[in-house]
Design a protein around this ligand. Structure first.
Ligand code: NAD
Length: 490
């Protein structure tokens, strides 16, 4: 009974927008002229995670009233307060599961902007109920969840977009155009780097000081932990700083990988990597004895991924990621006084080919092409972007998604999305391969001498189709994660 009611509402929205409904839908321009939104054109939106980034995700999807916001879920009323004020008619929940179960019939589409450990479970639950989803980056906390969400979205025919808004930035189109025109030849080397972590990371697990702030109850904290392992509350876990703990976050790679690695992944049409190796910065608070912090993401790391030639790039690629502020060396064809990547060089991408180098800042900003003959080419001021929504916030990334939800699964608008899960799933898996290698690098046992033997510090070979490390079984534990009792990814 419940299910068919839900289907009817979604079917109505889809048919209304394609004009296939069996009754007359008056086009919006006839009803109210420019800017008028017919009620039948509105999506009913909900947000999971309404504070932090969730505030702008739901606001941008609401699109100045082009849609309704009917429900909000956040475990922290204080953090969500601004969004709650903005949408006084929306029903507020602390538990997103209750929201999806109680209001499932009324919700068409959901934005998900919680810490990373909740993305997969919340998105899967919404998709299983036929809702379209916008999920913040990284799509999920681990590789298995990314694969399963991608499959579920296809199976349930929902419209999806990951929140790597740089995918919609015209700088990325410019880079792809230069590359397709053959100016730099085949790319053999890629460098991607970031100044993250810019929060405490690589520090010992906090002990004590576990008193909850007044506005959070024990059950709020329990909901926050969700599928993760129980830990007592600490301000280093909520808000924002959860990024540095594997239980909740995905470190520097999770924070910036889906923005920066997106650029070469898209341009070079990369698939699953074939191998991964990493090196990780150690922390010393005592002489000669490194801290052992398996719960925490490291203060810095460098990861090397191998890729086979692709349909548009006839060369194997050596792909190096570095974080913690470690930058690649300046190639000789880029003048020494030029920044690399962003204008302050703190984050960036360099794609080095036989005949030149393409560079980009975060989100595809400041794209540049340096050719071996000394020419520098900058973004064409008259570049004609395919993106129709550049006047909207974040390059129209959320706006394009809500428009595609209205147009329906497999519509032209859906196919034009720059980060639907068919793309974002495999890209996120590649980002998270770095974390698999980093976690494997920490595997150790204490020897009779008292020293630790780090037996996972090796190049790992990856079978992408099978989601399996083929030369070191123990690393496969990091492909997915165990869930706390009562939580399942189904
Ligand atoms: N695309 C971007 O530019 C961008 C920028 C910032 C953050 N992000 C992403 O957005 C997500 C959130 O990051 P943030 O910086 O806003 O974090 P945050 O800690 O500031 O905010 C997270 C919000 O989610 C809420 N929350 C936590 N668990 C919840 C649950 N189980 N159910 C409902 N709400 C829950 C928190 O109370 C908080 O309000 C992350 O995935 C992050 O990577 C993306």
């Amino acid at each position: 009974m419940k299910k068919s009611k839900k289907k009817n509402r979604r079917g109505f929205i889809k048919e209304a927008s394609t004009g296939a409904a069996g009754f007359m839908i008056v086009p919006r321009h006839v009803l109210g002229g420019r800017g008028f939104t017919a009620p039948s054109d509105k999506l009913n939106l909900a947000a999971i995670g309404a504070g932090g980034k969730g505030g702008s995700d739901i606001w941008n999807s609401y699109a100045d009233g082009e849609n309704n916001v009917v429900a909000l879920a956040d475990v922290d009323t204080k953090n969500a307060a601004r969004t709650v004020e903005r949408f006084p008619k929306a029903k507020f929940y602390k538990d997103f599961r209750m929201m999806l179960n109680e209001m499932g019939d009324e919700i068409d589409a959901v934005t998900i902007s919680t810490p990373d450990h909740v993305h997969g479970i919340a998105a899967n639950m919404a998709i299983q109920r036929g809702m379209h989803v916008y999920v913040q980056k990284p799509l999920t906390h681990n590789i298995y969840e990314a694969r399963k969400l991608t499959e579920a979205a296809r199976e349930h025919k929902v419209v999806t977009q990951m929140g790597n808004q740089g995918a919609s930035h015209p700088g990325q189109e410019q880079l792809a155009k230069w590359f397709a025109e053959g100016h730099i030849g085949n790319v053999h080397t890629v460098n991607v780097w970031t100044n993250r972590p810019v929060w405490p990371q690589g520090i010992p697990k906090p002990e004590g000081d576990a008193a909850l702030p007044d506005h959070l109850s024990k059950s709020d904290w329990d909901l926050y932990i969700g599928p993760a392992e129980h830990v007592d509350y600490h301000r280093l876990y909520h808000t924002f700083k959860w990024r540095g703990w594997w239980n909740f976050g995905t470190g520097a790679l999770g924070d910036m990988g889906c923005h920066l690695m997106d650029i070469p992944f898209r341009m070079l049409q990369l698939g699953y990597p074939t191998e991964v190796e990493c090196s990780v910065g150690a922390v010393f608070t005592r002489d000669w004895s490194p801290e052992y912090i398996p719960e925490g993401c490291p203060p810095s790391s460098t990861v090397q991924l191998g890729f086979n030639p692709t349909a548009n790039n006839n060369s194997k690629i050596n792909f190096t990621w570095s974080d913690g502020g470690i930058r690649p060396f300046h190639p000789s064809i880029i003048p020494a006084d030029h920044p690399i990547g962003d204008n302050d060089s703190t984050n960036g991408v360099m794609m080095i080919g036989d005949k030149g180098v393409l560079t980009s800042g975060t989100y595809g900003m400041v794209p540049k092409m340096y050719l071996n003959d000394g020419t520098l080419v900058e973004m064409d001021k008259n570049f004609e972007s395919k993106n129709k929504y550049l006047d909207k916030p974040e390059s129209g990334h959320q706006y394009a998604w809500q428009a595609a939800c209205k147009a329906g699964f497999n519509s032209k608008e859906h196919k034009a999305l720059t980060s639907s899960f068919d793309y974002a799933g495999p890209m996120t898996e590649t980002v998270l391969m770095g974390n698999l290698a980093i976690r494997s690098y920490s595997l150790s046992k204490v020897m009779s001498s008292g020293h630790r033997d780090y037996y996972g510090r090796k190049k790992l070979l990856w079978n992408g189709e099978k989601m399996e490390i083929t030369n070191f079984e123990e690393a496969n534990q990091f492909v997915s994660r165990p869930y706390r009792k009562g939580w399942k990814f189904i």
